[in-house]
Write a protein that binds this ligand. Structure first.
Ligand SMILES: Nc1ncnc2c1ncn2[C@@H]1O[C@H](COP(=O)(O)OP(=O)(O)OP(=O)(O)O)[C@@H](O)[C@H]1O
Length: 599
């Protein structure tokens, strides 16, 4: 084992440590259990040599009663030692999974952009399973197999030193055959596992993007490419199974030749009176027990190295440092007034490509500031920075005068809320989804929030009302309905600073109006940063900031900006023209509530 492996095992040992006493007792019980199992051939020898053949069968009955008792005691030890082994193993895996999940939750968004979700899930599941098999192999393997091998080896030599020479010759052959096959099997199963995790990643992507697949009519081509991806796994699995069978055939052959040799030569020794029949039967039974542990021990090393590979992957995952960390003694800000200030903020997702440059913005509590600008100008990035999904490269962002990096993440996210373009609902009831951000709320408060979000009417009309299941396995809600549930969720969350990131842009005109009404109520007396493409949604903002290539190109109220010859007027005119082309002039004016600047 290399020093790297040693380090990995040390890391893993942290999970084993709390259960080491239990595992030690389990190992001792395994030895006792093995010991009791190994006594049977000896009893068989006494039965054949001493108890059978005579007229007095009382010894036979005593021995048979002893065998039953032996197996009762063995059953007790067997049950207890397996409980003592698998209880800590499953607890350790539970601890590991919980720790992994907690760690994954703490990782920044950048990590999730780099790692494919399907692959991540598949790796976690298979790696934890490999680790489980390694731990049980190590514990059960070391304790029972080594002991068995030693005990049986001694018994073979004691019963017949001559016959045990045959076993001694066969032993290295069995070892070599097994380790050779195991190596190939292991390599193949690793390849298969790697390939399967790629297939899982692809499957997850297709399932997540099923709407796109269907809307482009790509089902057939996706079926084809899935088949193409799966095809190699068929070959790999078949080869793997056939290798496994081949190993069984080879082992059967070796076993039968050894048995023939032992029984042939042993029969000769019995006929010569150099061995009793009972000794030959006991020897033969022990011999059958001898190769089992050898075979098990050949699997020991691969299981450890396979476990080590998995441990390495899991530890690598654990070693990812959360990019966004809370400072020691972070400030807990319970209820911010909502004064937001960006001071000379620059930021790039990659070090050599700045998305925001020297961005300054001061939003007084309760004001509404809109960020507009062409696609890719950095609007959503500003929202992500304020939420601290990423940290600024230069400059700072202040909430009520405190650098948000000095605040506890919990208090920052309690004070800053966001409504996204498409809100995600979890599996569960509508009530649970509304409560998501604040569990300790009464049903009445949930209802109030739903009313504020204009969601109450449609929820009431559902057969199960607030108890309706939504999310992946629930009823399908329209985009506007989902958005209103998300707004109700934010109403309960009650942040001092609200970010609306294109919150209505995925909706049709009617839904948009209802959602916009709900948003207006939500925005009241709250610092709000509105990100929008459609200028109609931002014209009432206290200030509109026009972004271009990550810099502020213009800033002011709607009317002021329209008077200036700048990007806002051009953007506005362009949108108005587009809208006019689509709709009648009356409709455009009604929809946007705007007058044509040319008029
Ligand atoms: N997670 C990310 N990783 C790397 N680059 C990103 C990431 N998110 C955005 N970008 C890049 O940063 C730039 C600004 O993106 P951003 O989403 O902030 O623009 P936006 O103004 O909100 O655009 P839109 O109006 O289309 O939503 C774009 O060039 C985009 O490609």
């Amino acid at each position: 084992m290399s020093t790297k492996d040693t380090h990995k095992f040390k890391e893993l040992y942290r999970f084993v440590k709390p259960y080491q006493t239990m595992l030690t007792v389990a190992a001792v019980f395994h030895v006792v259990c093995t010991c009791l199992g190994l006594l049977m051939p000896l009893v068989l020898k006494i039965i054949i040599d001493k108890a059978l053949g005579g007229s007095d069968l009382s010894l036979l009955y005593v021995l048979l009663a002893g065998v039953i008792l032996l197996y009762w005691v063995r059953a007790f030890f067997f049950y207890t030692c397996n409980y003592l082994t698998y209880y800590p193993i499953h607890r350790m895996l539970l601890d590991l999974r919980v720790k992994l999940f907690k760690h994954l939750q703490s990782l920044s968004l950048r990590f999730y952009q780099e790692y494919r979700t399907g692959k991540l899930i598949s790796n976690i599941l298979t790696d934890v399973a490999a680790l489980q098999s390694m731990i049980s192999t190590v514990i059960v393997g070391i304790a029972s197999n080594l002991f068995s091998l030693l005990f049986v080896g001694v018994m073979l030599v004691v019963l017949s030193p001559t016959l045990s020479l045959i076993c001694l010759v066969v032993l290295p052959v069995v070892y070599l055959v097994f380790s050779r096959f195991r190596k190939i099997l292991r390599e193949r199963s690793m390849m298969l596992r790697e390939h399967m995790s790629e297939v899982s990643a692809n499957l997850a992507e297709v399932i997540n993007g099923i709407k796109v697949v269907k809307s482009f009519g790509k089902e057939r081509s996706e079926n084809r490419s899935f088949m193409e991806r799966l095809k190699p796994t068929f070959d790999m699995s078949l080869k793997l199974s056939m290798r496994g069978f081949m190993l069984n055939i080879v082992m059967d052959q070796i076993s039968i030749y050894t048995s023939v040799a032992v029984l042939g030569f042993g029969g000769y020794l019995v006929s010569q009176g150099r061995m009793t029949l009972g000794e030959l039967v006991a020897f033969y039974t022990y011999m059958q027990m001898f190769f089992g542990p050898v075979v098990q021990l050949t699997g020991f090393a691969p299981a450890i190295s396979e476990g080590a590979v998995s441990a390495e992957r899991l530890l690598t995952l654990m070693a990812y440092v959360p990019e966004i960390k809370e400072r020691e003694h972070a400030i807990h800000m319970y209820h911010a007034k909502g004064h937001v200030r960006f001071e000379n903020v620059s930021f790039g997702y990659a070090p050599n490509r700045m998305v925001l440059q020297e961005f300054d913005l001061d939003v007084e509590p309760g004001l509404k500031v809109a960020l507009v600008g062409p696609s890719g100008s950095g609007k959503s990035t500003i929202a992500s920075l304020l939420m601290r999904f990423f940290d600024v490269t230069n400059g700072r962002i202040l909430l009520d005068g405190e650098d948000i990096r000095d605040l506890s993440l919990d208090s920052l996210r309690r004070n800053v809320g966001i409504v996204l373009q498409e809100s995600f609902l979890f599996s569960g009831t509508i009530e649970e989804n509304i409560r998501y951000g604040k569990q300790e709320t009464s049903f009445e408060e949930v209802v109030e929030a739903a009313k504020m979000a204009n969601a109450y009417e449609f929820i009431r009309e559902l057969p199960l009302g607030f108890r309706t299941e939504v999310g992946e396995n629930g009823v399908s809600l329209s985009g506007g309905q989902k958005q209103r549930i998300a707004i109700a969720r934010t109403v309960l969350h009650n942040p001092s600073v609200l970010i609306l990131d294109e919150a209505t842009s995925a909706l049709d005109t009617i839904s948009e109006a209802v959602v916009q009404q709900a948003l207006d109520k939500l925005m009241a007396n709250r610092t709000t940063i509105i990100i929008a493409h459609r200028l109609s949604t931002v014209r009432n903002a206290d200030r509109i900031v026009v972004l271009k290539d990550g810099r502020i190109a213009q800033s002011g109220r709607h009317e002021e900006l329209l008077c200036q010859d700048g990007p806002y007027r051009r953007l506005y005119a362009m949108q108005l023209k587009e809208q006019k082309e689509q709709d009648s002039p009356n409709y455009a004016a009604g929809r946007f509530g705007l007058e044509d600047p040319e008029e």
